[in-house]
Design a protein around this ligand. Structure first.
Ligand code: NDP
Ligand SMILES: O=C1O[C@H](COP(=O)(O)O)[C@@H](O)[C@H](O)[C@H]1O
Length: 493
């Protein structure tokens, strides 16, 4: 394994102009990134490390060890990371990149209970390098969920679990039964306070604004219930395909990848009751509590789809029944939300990408001035990027008394004074370093999510084909009747 220090700078501002940035955590830390060659690592986790480095939020002394089943040298891994950071436009200066890249290592040869590959040795070297007895070990398991159990056992078998923190990607389990088994195994090895079950949608800036805006603004607080809200849409269509991660995707599918995970957590963020105080712990308790009121999903109120051509992708079975699309109606049995459908939709290779949480408002009780356009008024949050919030209103077309048209009031969160938005993964990694688990899912919350999804998973409707670039199977339109899925183009800046 090579250990030379590369001097190729990543694109970024001039070294001379760069001010030293303070480090957030002083404990020397060794990160192990399982799945370092994968899609998630490239799209989110490695760029998050870059963003933390850029803002001076990594510990003063750290190492990041990439792990995989294949072999590569440290320098090859550095080249990979450099490509990823350049693509993500992280903007590290030359000096920042040199410091960053010097902390990168790769340990190949896989990692099983029987054989740790290179990892145990590389971790030991990294700890020695950091020259302290007090080194924090943080494992990030960015692997397909079917491997979580075996990697957890291997961590214990090779003495890498002691005093370590561990981050699990989602889905944590693939149904109630496997969730309970995994949870029991994990907690037999790691104490709960060192387990971080990530759901990066909870770390998004705009997701956090759901409760902040709601509870700090009377105009939102007052309408946040069944008397004023006719329906809530949590709509996450994607143009993205899955050909680069077919193995993972074919064993997962849209329902597990997005709906049982991100969308139910975001739904809980929308639906929660006022937390007892403004602490992160109270927020987490409120999220868990409302999940208990979610009604188990009915397969009759769900549509699954599979994009045409999916079975031709390398790594996908010829007769795959995996869903690349799901739309479903979920109900909450409590006083605030009785009778309000929560409409969840997501899928791959659809017409458009967006991530919208939309409260569809009931029409005003007064007669109004003019003929209202059919589009309902809404309060909508775009979770993508740094996030936007919009209210769509009905207004009079200027110069045309009585001619009513929809308009929108838009807030771009990054335009707020002194805004310093962090990508979700960077923000959550910072929380892992600080030991703050408030924006992570808990076993209690996940147990409820699996309970809610159980009838749908046990009785999956057949997947209906849809054309790439479409909005999914026709039948999914019915789920959102009478309003239809609201596109909210005006939300994107
Ligand atoms: N991709 C994304 O956008 C997101 C993914 N996630 C989650 O991240 C996790 C990983 O997803 P993603 O990166 O997309 O998946 P990938 O298919 O890209 O897999 C990640 C890496 O895991 C290793 N791997 C694959 N199969 C196995 C196996 N059977 N045993 C051991 N290692 C294996 C491979 O590395 P190697 O060949 O080097 O061993 C691969 O590069 C999943 O839990 C997913 O839900 C979460 C949010 C977003
Ligand atoms: O967890 C996942 O999320 C991504 C979408 O995340 P975002 O950060 O782009 O908002 C999704 O594409 C992927 O399939 C899924 O595993």
């Amino acid at each position: 394994m090579s250990d030379s220090r590369p001097d190729t700078p990543s694109s970024g501002p001039d070294d001379a102009a760069e001010a030293p940035t303070p480090s957030a955590v002083s404990t020397p830390t060794v990160f192990v990134l399982f799945g370092a060659t994968g899609d998630l690592a490239a799209r989110m986790v490695i760029p998050a490390f870059g963003a933390l480095a850029k803002q001076g939020l990594l510990p003063d002394n750290w190492r990041l060890i990439g792990n995989g089943r294949g072999h590569q040298t440290d320098d090859e891994f550095r080249e990979h990371v450099k490509g990823v950071l350049d693509k993500a436009k992280t903007g590290l200066s030359g000096r920042q990149w040199r410091t960053f890249s010097a902390s990168l290592r790769f340990a190949g040869g896989g990692f099983t209970e029987a054989d740790p590959g290179d990892l145990a040795d590389v971790v030991a070297e990294a700890k020695d390098d950091l020259g302290s007895d007090d080194v924090q070990l943080v494992h990030y398991i960015a692997l397909p969920p079917s491997t979580f159990e075996s990697y957890t056992k291997a961590l214990a078998a090779h003495g890498l679990a002691d005093r370590a923190r561990v981050v699990y990607e989602k889905p944590f389990g693939t149904d109630s039964e496997s969730f309970e088994r995994l949870d029991k195994l994990v907690l037999s090895i790691f104490p709960e306070e060192r387990v971080f079950r990530i759901d990066h949608f909870l770390g998004k800036e705009a997701t956090q604004q759901l409760h902040v805006l709601r509870f700090n603004n009377r105009m939102m607080e007052q309408v946040w219930n069944r008397y004023h809200v006719a329906a809530v849409q949590i709509d996450i269509p994607e143009t993205l395909g899955v050909s680069n991660r077919a193995g993972f995707y074919d064993e997962t599918g849209a329902t597990l990848d997005m709906l049982v995970t991100h969308q139910l957590q975001v739904m809980a963020e929308v639906a929660l009751e006022p937390p007892v105080d403004s602490s992160p712990e109270a927020l987490l308790e409120a999220r868990e509590a409302v999940l208990k009121d979610f009604r188990p999903m009915s397969p009759d109120e769900a549509v699954l789809g599979q994009v045409e051509g999916y079975r031709d992708i390398d790594g996908v079975a010829d007769d795959s029944q995996t869903d690349t699309f799901v739309a479903a109606k979920v109900w909450i049995d409590n006083d605030r939300w009785e009778g309000v459908p929560f409409l969840l939709r997501t899928g791959k290779q659809l017409k458009e990408s967006h991530q919208h949480v939309t409260l569809v408002l009931r029409r005003p009780q007064t007669r109004g001035f003019g003929e209202r356009p059919p589009r309902p008024e809404t309060i909508a949050f775009s979770l993508a990027g740094n996030g936007t919030v919009a209210a769509t209103v009905t207004a009079q077309r200027p110069g045309a008394p009585g001619d009513l048209v929809p308009g929108s009031l838009l807030l771009d969160l990054e335009d707020l004074p002194r805004a310093e938005p962090l990508p979700a993964y960077a923000s959550l990694l910072r929380d892992v370093l600080a030991g703050d688990r408030a924006l992570f899912t808990t076993a209690t919350g996940l147990r409820e999510a699996w309970r809610v999804a159980a009838p749908l998973l046990a009785n999956r409707p057949p997947v209906q084909p849809y054309a790439p670039g479409s909005w999914g199977p026709e039948a999914a339109k019915e789920i959102a009747a009478p309003h239809g899925w609201l596109a909210q183009h005006s939300l994107e800046s």
